[in-house]
Every structure is written in structure tokens, then in C-alpha cells.
Ligand binder design. Structure first.
Ligand code: ADP
Length: 236
């Protein structure tokens, strides 16, 4: 589903490598955390998948599309398979909750009747049907992120990419957002979450891919934030 094959990327000729020979594979339906300190390359992974940035070496395959030599006009079709959420929500303040979510459907040419049908359904999924007419500024941070999630999933993407989705939220709201991402994952969507939220990663025990200085240094199923070697006597 997502395949990085020896991918190297630098933001400019003079810049050091942001990703250095990264190989990783994520199957359809997986839930994966990408962790690492600030500047380690997490967002770059997401930006390469969404074709916001290009890479110089290797290959990335997303679904049935190879991205190394993708033509600019094909990029919108790649993005149709992706839902994206960010730390800063990126909602349009002048639009209502309904309109923010509807906008994502308008962009892909959905009919008005489909939009009228689908938006309330997806807002129910995120628990915000009653706030359809509110503006983002009238919502809490957690609610705004749920609108952003609704917008990200309204076109039924195969993959949901989340870049520090809980970075602006308190622990309770962070947990709710993660629970929602997990529910979406259970419906079959592949979910990739870049984060440095140690508590959440430790609580959720999902696959953890750790990046440091642009390199994958750990890939662990049911991982925790810090790699821990159990003392001999406690090992199974
Ligand atoms: P993370 O998401 O883990 O914080 P990034 O992927 O944003 O890390 O950054 C990886 C490296 O690439 C860092 O050294 C960062 O300074 C550099 N970088 C990120 N974005 C840009 C950019 N737009 N221009 C130049 N360098 C960048």
C-alpha cells in the first residue's frame, strides 16, 4: 500500500539529507506511528506521500502509483486516495463546519445532493452533527480537529495521514482524537500518525517506526515510544 524503497531527499542542493535511504512498507489497513524528535524527518515522509515535495533518490509507491516520476497533472489523483490532518487543523474560518467538510467534496466534483447526504453522515461519525452551522472559531481545539478529520475522510480515502494531530490539544482531547483515528482504521483505512506524543504512543501499542536524522532506526509491532529492552527475568 505504502512502499518507500531506498528514498533519499534533500530540500535543496546545499541542505543535508532530510531522509537518508529510507525503506519502509505499510500494508493496507495498518495503523502506524512515525516517531522521532523534531527535525528527524517525519513531516517529510508525509510531504513526499502527498507529492508536496519531491525526492531525489529511490522510489515511493502509494497504492498502484509510483511517485518518483509522477507528472504534475497526475498529482490530484494521487491525493484523492489520501486524507490529511495537521496540528493546526487548517480549517477555513469563514466557512461553517458543514461548508468546510463540503468543500473537500466540491473539489472532487461531487454533486450537491451527494454532499447534502454525505456531510451529515461523516459529521455524525466524528460526533459533531449538532455543530454543523457553527464556525470553527466557535469550537474547541478538539472539536476543530474532529471537523478536520471529517473533512479528511469524507471522500473515503484509502490512507489517512496525520501530522502531529494532537500537538495543539490537551491530553483528554488527544485521547479522543486517537480513539477516533483508531475507529476509522477499524473500518479499513490505513492510518499513519507522525507524533512525538510519548504518552499516546505508549498507551496505544501500535506499530512504531522511529526516525532519527532522516533514517529509520526502529520498526516495531506493538511498540512504545522508547525502545525498551526488558530485563532477562521478565522476558517471556
Ligand atoms: P519533523 O517532521 O520530524 O520535525 P521534518 O521532516 O519537518 O522533521 O524535517 C526534516 C529536516 O528537513 C529538518 O532538518 C528540517 O530542518 C528540514 N526541512 C524541513 N522542511 C524544510 C523546508 N521547507 N526547507 C528546508 N529544509 C526543511
Amino acid at each position: 500500500m505504502i512502499d518507500f524503497q531506498n528514498v533519499s531527499m534533500a530540500y535543496s542542493n546545499k541542505a543535508p539529507l532530510a531522509l537518508n535511504d529510507v525503506s519502509l512498507h505499510i500494508d493496507q489497513g495498518e495503523f502506524v506511528f512515525i516517531i522521532g524528535p523534531s527535525g528527524s524527518g517525519k513531516s517529510t515522509v508525509i510531504k513526499l506521500l502527498s507529492c508536496e515535495e519531491r525526492f531525489q533518490e529511490g522510489e515511493i509507491v502509494l497504492g498502484d502509483k509510483a511517485l518518483a516520476r509522477i507528472k504534475p497533472r497526475a498529482i490530484p489523483y494521487v491525493r484523492r486516495n489520501l486524507g490529511m490532518i495537521f496540528q493546526d487543523f487548517r480549517l477555513i474560518d469563514s466557512k461553517t463546519v458543514f461548508e468546510n467538510v463540503a468543500f473537500a467534496m466540491e473539489i472532487v466534483g461531487a454533486s450537491k445532493s451527494k454532499i447534502r447526504r454525505q456531510v451529515p453522515i461523516v459529521l455524525s461519525t466524528v460526533g459533531l452533527r449538532s455543530k454543523m452551522k457553527a464556525k470553527p472559531s466557535e469550537l474547541s481545539g478538539g472539536e476543530q480537529q474532529r471537523v478536520a478529520i471529517a473533512r479528511a475522510i469524507v471522500n473515503n480515502p484509502k490512507v489517512l495521514l496525520a501530522d502531529e494531530p494532537t500537538g495543539n490539544l490537551d491530553p483528554d482531547n488527544s485521547e479522543q482524537i486517537m480513539a477516533l483515528l483508531q475507529e476509522i482504521n477499524k473500518e479499513g483505512t490505513t492510518v499513519v500518525v507522525c507524533t512525538h506524543d510519548r504518552d499516546l504512543v505508549d498507551k496505544m501499542r501500535q506499530r512504531v517506526i522511529e526516525i532519527k536524522d532522516g533514517m529509520v532506526i526502529r520498526d516495531e509491532l506493538q511498540g512504545s515510544y522508547s525502545y525498551c529492552i526488558l530485563p532477562e527475568e521478565t522476558r517471556e
